[in-house]
Design a protein. Structure first.
Length: 164
């Protein structure tokens, strides 16, 4: 257990423990809920999940037939640390990029996971990440759209096109 002295008092901060039988480390903190025991899908279960979701990332729609590049991953919709379990309805297919994005978005998040588009894109829509070149950004800004408003402008543009 690491300790610090804060305002003259010794305060326990955290400890790091290796999980028995694994090469995984888990941060132990009084500020975190105890994690559910981590189990992994068997190869067969993972293949069934990927096939059921048509080898497609549920957030960005990247398709990788048969997971030939290995980029598709099985993800807990509601993370174990937030009370999620291992039932089949808590698993989704995400590509590596979206899984990392979801992991980063979940850190320090206090939202109800059931209201999160990363966990339930089929209910709440999806986040779209698309590359724009510097000249694309300059062209959009030349239309009077401020840089921080480009994402919303693109959403509105897509909605107008869909209404046609």
């Amino acid at each position: 257990m690491k300790t610090s002295i804060i305002n003259g008092s010794e305060v326990s901060r955290f400890s790091v423990a290796i999980q028995s039988g694994t090469n995984a480390y888990r941060l132990k903190s009084t500020g975190l809920n105890p994690a559910n025991p981590r189990t992994y899908l068997t190869a067969s279960q993972k293949n069934q999940l990927l096939a059921r979701q048509n080898y497609t990332c549920q957030v960005c729609s990247l398709h990788d037939e048969g997971n030939s590049t290995g980029t598709l991953q099985a993800d807990h919709k509601i993370p174990l640390a937030r009370g999620g379990g291992h039932s089949s309805d808590n698993w989704q297919t995400l590509c590596h990029v979206c899984n990392v994005g979801k992991r980063n978005a979940c850190q320090d998040c206090l939202r109800d996971c059931k209201q999160c588009p990363w966990a339930f894109p089929e209910v709440h829509g999806i986040k779209i990440m698309t590359p724009l070149s510097p000249s694309d950004i300059q062209g959009i800004m030349a239309l009077g759209i401020p840089k921080e408003g480009i994402a919303n402008w693109l959403v509105q543009l897509a909605k107008r096109e869909l209404k046609r």
